[in-house]
Ligand binder design. Structure first.
Ligand SMILES: *Cc1c(COP(=O)(O)O)cnc(C)c1O
Length: 406
């Protein structure tokens, strides 16, 4: 249901300001109002009978299938996603992951999942899907030849990517991996939460379905949970059907908040990325910092692929400390004043999280430094928000200064 086809190729910032704001949904106001309702009242039985067959998007039938506020948000996400026919909304990012995988996989199928995937995605493969008779293998997304061999050996029905990888930020060659998958008739799905549609046009780079946790950049204010998946016509219809079968719906209040966040997403992401780059450059030269894992930092792992395929990034990156003390990342988090300690990211406020990547990998070690395994070095993930980066650097400097040398 893309309305973008009739538009001239507008730049992303312009699209963000106009996407999804159809007059039939917004009325005479700018933002789609919070349109609450479960029940559609018919004027006659004849009208109700006529409506029962019509469960198209944009036609109000019953609240579980969404209403104007949700449609406006879904349409806006479709409008900014190159190659998308439609978008399905889910009550969380994890619900979106489940919705995508359940739309594609059947008992007896095999799933290949990136070893760098977000932990709950991995848990979906080892838990829910396994219980349904769907098998899986984890693969190293940086090893194209190994991936091709695994595809030949396992004949997977679907492949799950995430780039940059969770926690350790490896950028993989999505176009190459997706074309190997396509040649073997496997469906390519990607968790594109880090870059969003603004930073990585996943469908244009060979993926069939792209999902995001809207909790992060689209919400942007750490006050809502939501997820989405966008696809071309075939997979959009499969996603929509499965979501309806599972009874998944998001509230109009949350949809209105997400739509509001979407309007400022580009300025927030651009600012967060600029601040993150400044901080990453500063950290890189700090004597207590080992390796900085930030794809848009020149010379960092993944920088070449990031510059080739991505049009943006965000404020999320990680780094290893030189310290041999396994508690060092926790101590750092405890002594920071401007960084909240907590999960999630993409909010306007900066966050810090001590991370232990090796505990979330099956077939790969964490990045190496100079040949020495970096795997059990203390590591930290930062989500840079909209504070002044100079203030954040002062805070990081005092906290790093309190760590025992090195
Ligand atoms: C947070 C996150 C999710 C899950 O989203 P929720 O909205 O928290 O359920 C999925 N993928 C990635 C990469 C995430 O960071």
């Amino acid at each position: 249901m893309s309305a973008s086809d009739e538009n001239k190729p507008l730049k992303p910032a312009t699209k963000l300001a106009h996407a999804g704001r159809r007059p039939e949904w917004t009325g005479r106001v700018v933002n789609p109002p919070v349109w609450r309702g479960s029940t559609h009242l018919y004027e006659s039985e004849a009208q109700r009978k006529a409506a029962t067959s019509g469960t198209e998007d944009g036609e109000f039938f019953y609240g579980r299938l969404g209403g104007p506020t949700q449609w406006a948000l879904a349409q806006a996400l479709t409008d900014i996603e190159p190659g998308a026919y439609g978008t399905v909304l889910y009550p969380s990012g994890v619900a979106a992951i489940a919705g995508c995988l359940l739309a594609v996989l059947r008992p007896g199928d095999h799933l290949l999942m990136s070893d760098k995937a977000y932990d709950p995605s991995r848990a979906m493969a080892t838990g829910l899907l396994k219980r349904m008779g769907i098998t899986h293998s984890f693969f190293d997304p940086l090893d194209l030849a190994g991936f091709e061999a695994l595809v030949t050996q396992k004949s997977p029905r679907a492949v799950w990517f995430e780039s940059p990888g969770s926690l350790t930020m490896e950028v993989c060659d999505v176009p190459a991996l997706a074309s190997i998958a396509r040649a073997a008739k496997a469906v390519s799905l990607i968790d594109n939460t880090w870059a969003s549609a603004l930073g990585f046009a996943a469908l244009d780079h060979g993926c069939d379905i792209t999902m995001q946790s809207l909790t992060k950049h689209v919400g942007g204010h750490s006050d809502l949970m939501m997820g989405s998946a966008s696809a071309g016509e075939r997979w959009y219809k499969a996603l929509r059907r499965t979501s309806h079968e599972l009874g998944q719906v998001v509230s109009p209040d949350d949809a209105a908040l997400a739509a509001r966040g979407l309007r400022t997403m580009k300025v927030r992401l651009d600012q967060e990325m600029a601040s993150a780059l400044k901080i990453a450059q500063w950290l890189e030269n700090h004597p207590k910092v080992d390796q900085v894992l930030c794809p848009f930092l020149r010379g960092a792992p993944g920088y070449d692929l990031w510059s080739r395929d991505f049009t943006g990034g965000c404020g999320l990156f990680s780094f290893f400390l030189k310290s041999e003390d396994p508690e060092a990342s926790g101590k750092l988090a405890d002594t920071l004043n401007l960084f909240g300690l907590g999960y999630s990211w993409g909010g306007y406020e900066s966050l810090v999280l001590p991370i232990y990547p090796v505990t979330h990998r099956s077939v790969m070690d964490a990045p190496k430094r100079g040949g020495a395994l970096g795997g059990n070095r203390p590591a930290v993930r930062l989500s840079i928000g909209l504070e002044d980066p100079d203030d954040l650097i002062v805070d990081l400097d005092q906290a790093l200064g309190q760590l025992d040398s090195p």
